[in-house]
Design a protein around this ligand. Structure first.
Ligand SMILES: NC(=O)c1ccc[n+]([C@@H]2O[C@H](COP(=O)([O-])OP(=O)(O)OC[C@H]3O[C@@H](n4cnc5c(N)ncnc54)[C@H](O)[C@@H]3O)[C@@H](O)[C@H]2O)c1
Length: 253
């Protein structure tokens, strides 16, 4: 259990859901983890849980839609643990609404949190990774290829991060590996909130598992397993790639 021994990992959106599962998994593999999200109580609980199991963790509250807060996340990792080897840009919001429904403020806020934050984190962390090397993993979504109702900003932002990952991966290889994971339906707070955007909001959560070839929605840990592989040295020749982790949803005709 030491795939990430001696590494420091910053994982955004790690107070709950799949980011939390990644933080817990990475810490158990020896990484010192910087946990971040918007909820102080949730973040403190994740930090405490990891420390009680003998792992290294620190929670810092941040709004990743604000540039300066990303700067301070990177500084926290460097000040506390003297290195930054792994960044997972995982936090995101839904901003439900169609193109005509969304206000300009809602659209721009979704881009700040889901897209610009990835740019901000890359911009701040890459200079520290260029000497010793590093890994960046971005959480996209199968929504990048779909037209889900009332997900205009969300789908758009997830398409854009896919392009950013490819461009940056080429630009910063071979020192830094940059990849994308694109989860399908994973049972989290965000997933449950997204149901509200569908005409069959009352029943959709019960209907989804049967539509998944693997016959169930994903668990945060299903995503953490893939993330662990991609940030570890086992994936040392993988960069610029996107990985669907969706129980077979995208493969289905
Ligand atoms: N759950 C799914 O079905 C699904 C599918 C595809 C992709 N995703 C993506 O997975 C990632 C994680 O989502 P999840 O399902 O685990 O959601 P979640 O609701 O369980 O967790 C979201 C996390 O992001 C944080 N966050 C939200 N807005 C933030 C902000 N402005 N600043 C800082 N932190 C913020 C929250 O505090 C929380 O820690 C997201 O990028 C999401 O788009 C989720």
């Amino acid at each position: 259990m030491s795939k990430l021994l001696g590494k420091t990992a910053l994982i955004t959106g790690s107070t709950r859901g799949m980011g939390r599962a990644m933080a817990e998994r990475f810490a158990m593999e020896g990484a010192a983890v910087v946990i971040t999200g918007r909820d102080e109580a949730e973040g403190a609980a994740v930090e405490k849980g990891i420390r009680e199991k003998g792992g290294k963790a620190l929670f810092k509250r941040a709004d990743v839609g604000i540039f300066d807060e990303n700067v301070s996340l990177v500084e926290t990792a460097l000040n506390e643990y003297q290195s930054l080897d792994i960044v997972v840009a995982n936090a995101a919001m839904l901003a439900l609404g169609s193109v005509t429904d969304l206000t300009l403020i809602e659209w721009k806020r979704a881009m700040d949190v889901n897209l610009h934050s990835v740019f901000y984190l890359m911009k701040e962390s890459i200079p520290h990774m260029q000497k010793e090397g590093g890994v960046i993993l971005v959480t996209g979504s199968i929504a990048a290829d779909k037209g889900f109702p009332n997900h205009a900003a969300y789908c758009t932002s997830k398409g854009a991060v896919r392009s950013l990952v490819k461009q940056a991966a080429v630009e910063y290889a071979p020192k830094i590996r940059i990849n994308l994971i694109e989860p399908g339906p994973v049972d989290t707070t965000l997933y449950r909130s997204s149901a509200e955007a569908f005409p069959n909001a009352e029943s959709i959560l019960d209907e989804v598992p049967a539509l998944v070839p693997m016959q169930r929605t994903g668990l945060p840990d299903d995503i953490a397993s893939a993330a662990l592989f991609l940030v570890s040295d086992e994936a040392k020749w993988i960069t610029g790639s996107g990985f669907r982790i969706d129980g077979g949803v995208s493969a289905k005709g």
